[in-house]
Design a binder for this molecule. Structure first.
Ligand code: GLA
Length: 373
């Protein structure tokens, strides 16, 4: 898949600009195994890079302008290096312009470039297509400027671009996964210290990603609203962030109204579940891992309210097919998008067959699946 995106970006570059690119940058999408809506609460997350992602073919140009071609949309953009303005409407251009605007704040210079972009990720599926685009563009622009920074400044520039150019107050998980996650391993990230630990997946586990077919839009306000609830809950509890709250404090405090209590309960429980899931992963304990996925889904459904009925149905189908040896949950921001399932490799085909037999997308199709590991 990486190669498919790279080849398409390179071919699109030649077709658009009439010459060969000097290089092709790539950044993957991610599936989050567990740790949902906790990155902006200084919590623990456990994403994993996908083979699918975004490739950006690049060539320097000497007039301090950036010309970009998005092959998937057959659309172009051009702007002066020092003066990228937010795009109207918000779309792929927001990521390109946002990254060009935010890289210098990380001490990374931006110079004129031609870029051709091609991606293999489904959009609106909660698999981080925009972080993949932003990090790939950041890598390409750095390569044009002759530098190859580490993952953290790339991720920070991509996150700032999202905040300022799309209005979504996302956490660090997606750009950091796109910039740092090694293929085929889970990446445990402490979003407070930003310490990362790659944990290999046992060879007999399968990670399946099944698309519900319900498209999600992060910018639609619900995401930012959840973030505000968490900040309000932390303020009411007198802690710097919900990372510092305990389950006892959340349940006993008189300072939380019922809504904020449920939001805080999810975050505090999810951080503990992620730590426990990472431990189960290290031990190769598939049943223990799966139990945390199921508990996480219940919490997102009941307390954080980011699941939707179609996703709940798909998760239930997967849970029934998997049984105790693994589990399933929504992945990403929620309100539609994809479901992640972890199961015994020997049973993966059977599990996917169950989703094709029992689940239909809102427009009546069998669901699409990606085998992530
Ligand atoms: C989106 C955001 C992330 C994270 C997830 C929920 O993917 O971009 O920062 O908050 O939602 O876990």
């Amino acid at each position: 898949m990486t190669e498919a995106a790279r080849e398409r970006a390179a071919a699109a570059f030649v077709a658009r600009f009439g010459r060969e690119p000097l290089g092709v940058a790539f950044a993957p999408g991610r599936v989050n195994l567990i740790g949902e809506h906790v990155d902006y609460n200084d919590g623990l997350v456990l994403p994993m890079a996908l083979g699918e992602g975004t490739a950006v073919a690049w060539l320097p140009r000497d007039d301090q302008r950036i010309a970009a071609w998005a092959d998937d949309f057959a659309a172009s953009d051009e702007f002066a290096v020092g003066d990228p303005k937010p795009a109207e409407p918000i779309d792929w251009r927001s990521c390109v312009r946002g990254v060009a605007a935010c890289l210098p704040e990380q001490g990374l210079p931006v110079v004129g470039a031609e870029l051709a972009i091609a991606g293999t990720l489904p959009r609106g599926a909660g698999l981080s297509s925009s972080a993949s685009l932003s990090v790939a563009v950041a890598r390409a622009l750095c390569a044009v400027a002759g530098i190859s920074p580490g993952p953290l400044p790339l991720a920070r520039a991509a996150q700032a671009a999202e905040h300022r150019f799309t209005g979504v107050r996302c956490g660090i998980m997606d750009p950091l996964a796109a910039a740092a996650a090694p293929p085929g391993q889970a990446l445990l990230v402490d979003c407070r210290s930003l310490a990362c630990e790659a944990i290999p997946l046992p060879p007999d586990w399968s990670v399946l990603v099944v698309l519900s077919g319900v498209e999600r839009g992060l910018a639609e306000g619900e995401y930012n609203a959840r973030r505000q609830h968490c900040e309000a809950a932390a303020r009411a509890l007198g802690v710097a962030s919900l990372r510092d709250a305990t389950a006892e404090l959340v349940e006993a405090s008189g300072a939380l109204d019922p809504l904020l209590r449920r939001r805080a309960r999810h975050v505090v429980g999810e951080i503990a579940r992620t730590a426990a899931a990472a431990e189960a992963l290290r031990r190769g304990d598939l049943a223990g891992f799966g139990r945390r996925l199921r508990e996480g889904q219940a919490s997102l459904r009941e307390d954080f309210e980011t699941s939707v009925p179609e996703v709940d149905r798909l998760v239930a189908i997967l849970d029934r097919a998997i049984g105790e040896a693994g589990g399933a949950r929504m992945t990403g921001g929620g309100f539609g998008g994809a479901v992640v399932a972890v199961c015994d490799r020997a049973r993966a085909d059977e599990v996917l067959a169950a989703t094709r037999l029992h689940y239909r997308t809102p427009d009546g199709r069998k669901p699409t699946a990606i085998v992530a590991a």
